[in-house]
Write a protein that binds this ligand. Sequence first.
Ligand SMILES: [Zn+2]
Length: 506
Amino acid sequence: MLHTPHPPTPRSRARSRRRLRAAALLASAVSVCLVAASAPPTPLGVGDRLFPHLGNPGYDVAAYDLSFTYSGSNTKPLKAVTTIDAWTTADLNRVNLDFAHGTVDSVEVDGEPAGFATAGEDLVVTPEDALDEGEWTRITVRHSSDPVYPEDRQGGWVRTADGLAMANQADVAHLVFPCNDHPSDKARFTFRVTAPEGLTAVANGLPTGVDRTGGSTTWTYRTQHPMATELAQVSIGRSTVLHRAGPHGLPVRDVVPTKHRAALEPWLKKTPDQIAWMEKKVGRYPFETYGLLMADATTGFELETQTLSLFERELFTEPAYPKWYVESIMVHELAHQWFGNSVSPATWSDLWLNEGHATWYEALYAEETADKPMEARMKAAYGASDRWRTAGGPPAAPKPPKNGSKTGIFRSNVYDGAALVLYALRQEIGRPAFERLEAAWVGRHRDGTATTSDFVRLAAEISGRDLGDFFQAWLYGEKTPPMPGHPDWKPTATDQAPAAQKAHGE
Ligand SMILES: [Zn+2]
């Protein structure tokens, strides 16, 4: 994710009326069906330090099949069916899913009706027969997926001028569909989206079918690689889908509002060269396709949804943004396809591995193509780093999100603050070892999840050095250590960072 500077969206009266309706829907979801088991259902989690209730123990999802029926109005709940194929890793009397917004009509486990109840932000499913460890199970939930959220909890659906898009990072996929909502459990996804004529639906991965029947069309997409729930994307709108060839024949696909197609084309055609640039740095692009989804909405951020990054259209049509800046943001989201998507964080405390690397390649691209020296940016980041650590915590031990904060855990400490750690590492081990480490990292953990300790271990292996003290100080210290090779760099009392860095928000 990357925050872009915007005035806040004014809240309308219509919005607060919708909030009441959303609250009523939530309330009705709570009491639909009671479980037979004696103990009350309780919300569970996988123990993420920053989001204790995300994810669930006892199973590993292999595949999601998500079906959405869109009415043509982006304030009405979509009809949805979510089918989850999972491998049990424990004996389970109950299966907890994350799901917290929308009504549930029915749940089946392996084809049999199952009990269900809401506990916190979990949907607690009680199968007729308990599940044994080490078997496949299929859970089918018929539910609604409501694109209107309470004011204090923005959800995954983004309402655009002509339909919907999705932005689930970090913790709101389960406000869209029932899931194991943690990046440590990646799975393959199939999307079936039915929309009225005149609208086009696109999702992660590649299309596998288009079925037109009586006034509506069902579009099916499938991912070829595992994906975290936070990276799911479904776009519905008056869109044109543009195709072009990337490096070595990679299909590049952009989704744009049809009426802005001509204005966006000069930007979109830059993608193939940007992919080639990233491939020279770290190796082959990790997925089956890439492209930009241009949402006609004011989101205040861009998001690296897998194979199809979400951008707000205004970033490209607002003349106040310099050209080099827009291009470097395009590279930021592209770099995430390797760093964050193909290699997912094992916990949200590992977020610096996503954002630090995406910021690193954003800055490196600006240095190499637009004469914006990395050293100047890093010196400015060094000046601010102690203040970022005080506000957001050290890069690898970020503070929990504040209630009601739109920024959540996406603070400067994990953007330029973490890119600064990578700069220090390059200073410490030298450019050749650093570049080998980067390529080895995305190669070794491709399609997987990885931890901060994995990165520290690989850096030691590649450089042939014990870097334990170095990383301890740079990743977990309250104060920023001295910069190797730049003993003159000092913390500054006020923000002297260039405008492009301030764009990340606090
Ligand atoms: Zn980012």
